[in-house]
Design a protein around this ligand. Structure first.
Ligand code: KG4
Ligand code: ZN
Length: 320
């Protein structure tokens, strides 16, 4: 649950309440997520206003995430935003979660110029997005099955690690050898990705090795994490490089939860240097889900007077 206050494109607060309950279950439990949002939303919004030193009566508009996401969770935010906008008699702004990940690059300076190409890698999506302006974006490629974050999380689960596994694999990979084991890279047509094959490959690999040595995972944990992480990063950067070359774009960014990955951040930076790109990576707190990125989209939509009717409903499978 997260709330942010923004004044004329300048971020004043960004409060994030992380739901730790899902760790016990090894993944997000939709019902529990909605309940946790219901419980946190008023304290989080109150804290965001307090920290920004803004009274709710001073607000000019309210923005909310309409989708994509889990319906129950979206309903909490949508209903709350509608009620607040209605009671304050101010405009309501809907925001697409994936567009917000891309515009996270516009929260802080230096901001990219256009055309800008962004690789968005999160728990639910893997997209290559070409932007001509903050509100003009085109998804030119995406995963046909699992998202990059899912590949991290599912690998972690197979290795007996906690949820979310991405940050844990990141930390263990730093101590391992990325060339220790070879896994197949995703190579889909055009600018698309696929990570479900990798998942199956890792599963069979572990099962085979454990037959020979039951302690294989424990003894090789860092190397397995480093090798899997390397495979995911290579698969992502291969397509990013292809898209940047074909579309002749030099302003390039990565966004979404997986862009917090240290291995991806450094490989992306070195590729950028090699290809003469201007590279952009949001600060850690704007990579994983946060309200500041929703606020920055709302800032541009407010300027464009792009408001939505109070009768709006969530859109769990929203595309754009
Ligand atoms: O963008 P995000 O916070 O939520 C979604 O919109 O899905 O992304 C969450 C995903 C999870 O799969 C998590 O494991 C992954 O981002 N993640 C990471 C790292 N930090 C978060 N993956 C790899 N390395 C990290 N350091
Ligand atoms: Zn996200």
């Amino acid at each position: 649950t997260s709330a942010a206050v923004m004044v004329d494109g300048i971020l004043k607060s960004n409060i994030i309440s992380t739901q730790l309950i899902h760790t016990e279950w090894g993944g997000v439990v939709p019902e529990l997520a909605s309940r946790a949002h219901q419980k946190s939303i008023i304290p989080v919004v109150t804290e965001a206003l307090q920290k920004a030193n803004i009274n709710k009566n001073e607000l000019n508009a309210i923005a909310f995430t309409r989708g994509p996401g889990l319906l129950g969770a979206l309903l909490i935010g949508t209903s709350f935003a509608k009620s607040m906008a209605l009671s304050l008699n101010i405009p309501l702004i809907e925001v697409n979660h994936m567009q917000a990940h891309v515009l996270a690059h516009f929260i802080e300076d230096p901001k990219p110029s256009f055309p800008f190409l962004c690789l968005t890698v999160s728990g639910g999506h893997t997209q290559l997005v070409l932007c001509d302006s903050p509100l003009e974006m085109l998804v030119i490629g995406e995963t046909i099955d699992d998202a990059a974050g899912e590949a991290f999380d599912k690998t972690a689960k197979m290795l007996g690690l906690k949820y979310p596994g991405g940050p844990i694999i990141d930390a263990l990979a730093a101590k391992g050898n990325p060339q220790a084991f070879v896994f197949p890279k995703s190579n889909m047509p055009a600018y698309n990705f696929s990570f479900s094959g990798l998942k199956t490959n890792i599963l069979y690999f572990i099962q085979k090795q454990q037959k020979l040595n039951p302690a294989f995972v424990e003894e090789n944990l860092n190397d397995i994490c480093a090798s899997v992480q390397y495979t995911i990063i290579e698969s992502l950067l291969m397509k990013l490089k292809k898209a940047a070359t074909d579309y002749k774009v030099k302003q390039i960014g990565i966004a979404g939860g997986v862009s917090a990955n240290k291995g991806l951040r450094s490989s992306f930076e070195s590729l950028g240097k090699q290809l003469n790109w201007e590279t952009y990576i949001p600060s850690f707190e704007y990579c994983t889900d946060n309200a500041a990125m929703i606020a920055i989209v709302a800032h541009y939509k407010y300027e464009a007077k792009d408001f939505v009717d109070y009768n709006v409903v969530p859109s769990p499978r929203a595309t754009w």
